[in-house]
Design a protein around this ligand. Sequence first.
Ligand code: ATP
Length: 598
Amino acid sequence: MRFDELARSYERLEATSKRLEMRAILVELIRPIRPPDLAHVLYLSQGMLRPEYEGVELGVADSLARRAVATATHAEEADVGRRAKASGDLGTTAAELLAGRPRLETAHPLTVANVYAELTAIAQAKGEGSQEVKVRTLVDLLGRASPLEGKFLVRFVLGTLRVGVREMTILDALAEAFADGSKAARTRIEAAFNLSSDLGLVAGALVEHGLDGLASIGLEVGRPIRPMLAEREPTLAAVLERMGGTAALEFKYDGLRVQAHVPKSGPVRLFSRRLEEISAQFPELVADLPSAIRERPAIVEGECVPVDADTGDIQPFQLVSKRRGRKYDLDKAQTELPVRLFLFDVLLAAGTPTYSEPFPARRERLESIVRPNEHVAIAEQRVVASVDEATAFLDEAISAGGEGVMAKSVKEGSAYRAGARGYWWIKYKRDYTVGLADSIDGVVVGAFHGRGRRAGKYGAFLLAVYNPERDRFETFTKVGSGFDDAQLAEMPKRLAKFESSEPPPEVDTGISPDRWMRPHLVIEVRGAELTLSPIHRAAVGAIRAGAGLALRFPRFTGRFRDDKGPTEATTSKELLEMYRLQVRQEAADPPDGADAAG
Ligand code: ATP
């Protein structure tokens, strides 16, 4: 496949923000493609070279890309810099410069295979001399590129490709391009993706063996599974009712979710909730898991929490977040901020998948294969059948340092549902009993200049929730409170890469911030209550025509949700559910109870 076909499709994708149109363009693009190009096109279109969990990065800084553009177009580097500053996008500048340069007649047109191979070489160049290799490879590619191709190549290497196709849209397109486009087909394709986290792999199996071929995609040690997620209920009585009167309650530990892949021999790999590999951050878990798990290869899931080195007591979450992303002083961190992994599920044991077994069978298996040690334990659990029993267990969980309980269905159908949020698991935190107590994970889509003490900095941020049905980020609040000076100073750095001169097409809002941000950074906020708003667009029209949901008195909790990608933020549907719970709660509470919500 020629690369210019892909570039032309990107141009069309960029020009639309309608999901149906995007899907149609994608279907047209991918239908004629076969492996291995197919997988490569899908990864490239998401701005990646490999499935996200592999964490492959190109390692191309702005300055390096500028140098490559200057060399390839025989321009002065300083001039390239000036032009890119004016256009706000080095890709656009590269296209302009390439347009003014005579193209080699003899050059072969770029193919997707060439581009993919060269980009892979750029990613693989490591160590001494690697910068030169990266520049040279990029110069070669740009030397053969048309202006349009050059624009997208530059954006790709800088990580600023803005075609905006996310997984959900690609899954739709796969169902239409390679199956009958029905809901049933879409569901089967998504299920294969949830188990493998690899769209290229799923697309390949689908094209070569049809929908039935997807059954061949199973679990593999080292390839993360998309996590099963929980719903909420406002009271323990409601939790039990949902569960049919009986449920397995577990301590809800407040830490980092970890999916551990433990091979028969060889290194253990740990993945975060958003499937990033975090093995390097927790060497003690990597070291202790093999002896703690009897039947390997195994895939187990748990929550990693900080514990007191002397007493073994659970410590506040903030301590474990310090261990994330930490590259230095790992030895020091291990002794100063010790952690323990509380396992709550098993998806593969002795090489055989267990995820489709009902939860009680999985729990039994978990108990039989785990030999607890200093760093590995099993989540506390009790099966309860009354509100009194449930309340007593909740009290135990809270006093042991948990933040509430996780209720798990013990019914026949209680298989592990990868990538799905449902009432098979229900989270209940103690503070749900007062008004809107749960926090919301919002995506930053804009920023406002500060005034007074915050002059010259950002003073507030526009936040959105994610709507997977529309594949849009719908705003629900503008938050300025709760940031300390250090956090506020950190925001421009965290956001710099995502600034956008135009409103990003995937953002839906009635407000214009001073600066738009492409959806990336997720932060946790709390607020007094959810209300209806004419300017915010979260779940717009669900309660009243033209009105979206908005959070009153929002406050940043201090927690950056680096373990969540933008599409894993709170969803519009969840926000709507929270709004409804709050309305029910108000109806049930005496007036002074409602006051406590502020
Ligand atoms: P979500 O994961 O539902 O999007 P979130 O990341 O904001 O939401 P919470 O709302 O606090 O997290 O609750 C869900 C999380 O609780 C799980 O993803 C998991 O990390 C954690 N957790 C703690 N204890 C357990 C347990 N016993 N069983 C399952 N999950 C648990």
